[in-house]
Design a protein around this ligand. Sequence first.
Ligand code: FES
Length: 105
Amino acid sequence: PLIFYTSHDGNIQEVHAEVGGSVMQAAVDNGIDGILGECGGSCSCATCHCYVDPAWVAKTGEADSTENEMLECVLEPQETSRLSCQIIITDDMDGMVITMPKAQY
Ligand code: FES
């Protein structure tokens, strides 16, 4: 599926992401600035914070309790904040829009 990564200042980059990978991994593998993923996806660094476009929240599902605890440490959390390493890409995420925060820490 095609994922659109939008920077905090509106610059959009498209990535052809692999089903079964994470939104974080697809960003890191494709050199997207704004998602760091320092812990490699184990939900322990919160440097993969992103905002899911509200239209796509139904597809990504909700954060679990571990993720929600980590989300308490991010800068500028919003209603649709997620850790992108915890969003596993599925076929029906084609066209999904993800926005990155201004900074990860
Ligand atoms: Fe570390 Fe997501 S990559 S919490």
